[in-house]
Design a protein around this ligand. Structure first.
Ligand code: SF4
Ligand code: SF4
Length: 444
């Protein structure tokens, strides 16, 4: 078997999925050809330090992951994108890559959304991805640094059973931890000294693109980069809790068509024809027949710049785009926009959003504490391992209640002929529950 097929097989066996986004199965992603491989260590979400601490503590493994992927996809160039002010991470990565003449560091400014794939590919490799396109359309493959760490481990036979995660906000001891997949948010918060307040909500992921958790029993998955405990009545939380109907009502009465949302939109600034102020016009004046504007919803990456930073009236074109995206997909309509050969806006560099200013704008400055990494494994008594932690079909359980399992043992298989990812036991124990959603394991 050639190296490329070998790596794909090992990554598939280990259940690696994209750690920095929605969890696209990595064995599918690396089954490609590319000229450049980028390690995404930009971590632009405010308050999270997971990628930063990973780069500080696992630089050799990340560089190894980059080399493995470069060889598999035939890339002649590797770029590790890291914030210039992450001094420890820059130092560790520079040392790890010192003898690699085809791999270089790209040191970035502290702006949002530096980690968005389109932004990253332009800033690190100088290539603009077409509308509705992927980095591969311009010969680039992007992987998050934690995914590359998992690829390195997969190559050495280790499945993905633990997750690095930032826990911060209203907890007594904010920190970055490595925990078994399937541990509940409640147990994580307890591990961090408990919540400092009674009435709280949990933000999963960062403040810009994360979501509010349904309940604290939700489990950590392969894509959970952080949880942030926030007061239920925090203005940020109230704002993120608004429904699309409320957004529409508010827009009709207060959208002033100033177009700041468009002027700051990272996709518009790369030449994409995404104009959020126009989608507000559609709902303000009931222009449902403006399908050209409505279908541009497909170009929105939901970065949150328009609503959480740019709009002076605190309106959310993002929520409106998301609503239209859902309706269009439900009606079987696909993205018709695919312009290429684009040019960036002349003011793009001046409209990158300084992260400190963004945190101030979000009202979250008091939680910007840069948690430290804690290098140890913690004992947990139970986990619920979701069978779908990725894009694609849910895994099919291959264990039953009462089975004894060992950490790393396969508990969920990819359904025959479908795209998906394998799932493994994240601790030794007995299978306590198996259903269509998860495999529960207890340490008895
Ligand atoms: S920035 Fe806000 S007020 Fe201005 S056009 Fe966009 S949604 Fe309307
Ligand atoms: S969320 Fe807003 S700023 Fe971000 S891509 Fe979509 S329209 Fe543009």
């Amino acid at each position: 078997m050639r190296f490329r097929e070998q790596l794909i097989e090992k990554v598939k066996n280990a259940g690696v999925v994209g750690a920095g986004g929605a969890g696209f199965p990595t064995h599918v992603k690396i089954n490609a050809r590319a000229e450049i491989v980028i390690a995404n260590g930009a971590e632009c979400e405010p308050l999270l330090c997971t990628d930063q601490r990973t780069m500080e503590t696992a630089a050799d493994e990340i560089v190894s992951g980059v080399k493995l992927v470069m060889e598999a996809v035939g890339a002649g160039q590797g770029i590790i994108a890291v914030k210039a002010h992450y001094h420890e991470a820059v130092k560790s990565l520079s040392q790890a890559a010192a003898s690699e003449k085809n791999i270089r560091l790209h040191e970035m400014g502290n702006y949002y959304p530096a980690g968005d794939e389109h932004v990253l590919v332009l800033d690190a490799a100088g290539r603009i991805i077409p509308e509705g396109g992927l980095p591969l359309h311009v010969g680039v493959l992007v992987n998050n640094v934690n995914t590359l760490l998992n690829i390195h481990r997969a190559f050495h036979g280790e499945p993905v059973v633990r997750q690095r995660i930032t826990v911060c906000g209203e907890v007594n001891w904010p920190r970055v931890l490595r925990v078994p997949i399937g541990v509940s948010f409640k147990d994580l918060i307890a591990l961090c000294g408990g919540a400092r307040i009674e009435d709280y909500v949990i933000l999963v992921g960062g403040p810009m693109m994360g979501r509010l958790a349904g309940d604290c029993g939700e489990p950590v998955t392969k894509t959970t980069s952080g949880i942030i405990v926030l007061p239920k009545d925090h203005p940020y939380v109230m704002r993120r809790s608004r429904t699309v109907a409320t957004e529409a009502r508010m827009s009709k009465s207060i959208c002033e068509q100033c177009r700041y949302c468009t002027d700051f939109c990272p996709r518009w600034l790369q030449g994409h024809s995404l104009e959020p102020h126009k989608i507000m016009r559609v709902i303000d004046y009931d222009r449902d027949l403006d399908t050209d504007t409505i279908t541009r919803a497909f170009l929105c990456c939901e970065c949150g710049v328009c609503d959480l930073y740019a709009c002076p009236m605190a309106l959310s074109p993002r929520v409106v785009f998301r609503e239209f995206k859902g309706r269009l997909a439900g009606a079987g309509i696909k993205n018709p926009h695919s312009r290429s050969g684009l040019a960036q806006d002349q003011y793009r560099d001046y409209r990158k959003i300084p992260k400190d200013r963004l945190i101030q704008r979000l009202g979250l400055k008091e939680y910007d504490v840069h948690p430290e990494w804690e290098e140890r494994d913690f004992p947990f008594t139970n986990v619920k391992i979701p069978l779908r932690q990725h894009i694609g079909a849910a895994a099919v359980p291959v264990v039953k209640t009462g089975d004894k399992v060992k950490q790393g043992q396969l508990v969920g298989e990819i359904p025959e002929g479908k795209m998906g990812a394998r799932v493994h036991a994240s601790m030794d124990g007995t299978v306590a529950e198996v259903n269509g959603r998860y495999v529960g394991i207890e340490s008895r």
